[in-house]
Design a protein around this ligand. Structure first.
Ligand code: GRG
Length: 300
């Protein structure tokens, strides 16, 4: 069964409260902007502003599906957003994607400077592990499992490795399996780990964890295909502005390998597969169904 329009739902009504919890947890783990070195702490907070917080919402949705309390999910939700924010700050640096704008504002190295942006990313990364290690709502075994899962997802076998493969593949035409494998690491690993962290918080059975992981993998790949599709549509609309960058570097994307329409169809099928996986999980699937619909409907 397929669904593409977000319905009013119980989870939807709880999203503002979850985002407030995320803000409170993040605020508590990061030193105040006035703390020495104030410029670094101000830049760290700047880097955390303005995102959609889809990964934190995935932690809360997956946890809710398994009956976990929000208190037991706060550290996990915050930790993935901190890693995500660090990855964007470093991805934007001149030595990587060299972007001037992020979330509609100057990137951290533009608003501050390059050295500060490197240190912002470094601090966000260590804070992600600190928030897990210092949680009052998790037992020690859960903390260790979460720290291990997050380290694996963000390290050289996960997100950082995906970024390295991506940079090495510039100007190469990848095969579809190569592109999928690259994105399973670069973007998919951090999306997948949201489900793994929720499963750890729930002390879930292996069958439940596997079902959630299948959901997470489908959402991760669908998200990336959709990101490429949205970029391609935006590029076509502003051809003049992006033509220089396109000439300077060629990147394999899902629309460039499959064509725009087939890429859209593949993302659609993956969102459907994610919803089917959610329905198969022993629990209350509605939050995960809401999230799949919500991500599918995004336009940025
Ligand atoms: C530099 C170590 C290192 C890793 C970078 C994830 C990543 C690896 C780079 C991001 C590059 C990028 C823009 C990829 C497209 C998919 C993606 C992660 C989009 C941004 O995620 P959103 O839309 O961002 O969830 P917001 O701003 O809402 O948080």
């Amino acid at each position: 069964m397929s669904s593409t329009s977000p319905k009013a739902s119980a989870f939807d009504s709880r999203v503002p409260a979850y985002l407030q919890r995320l803000e409170r947890t993040t605020d508590a783990v990061l030193p105040p902007a006035s703390t020495d070195p104030a410029r670094l702490h101000e830049a760290i907070r700047y880097a955390c502003e303005g995102g959609k917080h889809l990964r934190a919402l995935m932690v809360y949705a997956a946890g809710e599906t398994l009956g976990v309390t929000p208190e037991q999910l706060d550290a996990a939700a915050c930790s993935v957003e901190l890693i995500h924010a660090y990855s964007l700050v470093h991805d934007d640096l001149p030595g990587m994607d060299n972007d001037d704008l992020r979330r509609g504002r100057p990137t951290v190295h533009k608003a501050y400077d390059e050295a500060t942006a490197i240190l912002v990313g470094d601090t966000l990364q260590t804070s992600a592990f600190e928030v897990l290690a210092t949680s009052d709502a998790l037992d020690d075994a859960q903390k260790v499992q979460m720290i291990r899962a997050l380290a694996h997802a963000s390290g050289s076998l996960g997100m950082v490795g995906g970024q390295a493969v991506d940079m090495a593949s510039e100007n190469l035409t990848l095969t579809l399996p190569q592109l999928e494998s690259l994105h399973a690491r670069k973007t998919g690993a951090l999306i997948l780990v949201t489900c793994q962290l929720a499963a750890i918080a729930a002390n879930a059975t292996e069958a439940t964890r596997k079902g959630l992981e299948h959901y997470g993998r489908c959402i991760g790949l669908a998200f990336q295909i959709q990101d490429d599709v949205l970029d391609q549509i935006a590029d076509t609309a502003t051809l003049g502005k992006t033509a220089g960058k396109d000439l300077a570097q060629h990147k394999s994307t899902f629309p460039s390998l499959l064509g725009l329409e087939q890429a859209q169809q593949r993302a659609h099928a993956l969102f459907d597969e994610a919803r089917n996986a959610a329905r198969g999980i022993a629990g209350h699937a509605e939050p995960l169904l809401w999230l799949a619909d919500h991500i599918q409907q995004r336009d940025h």
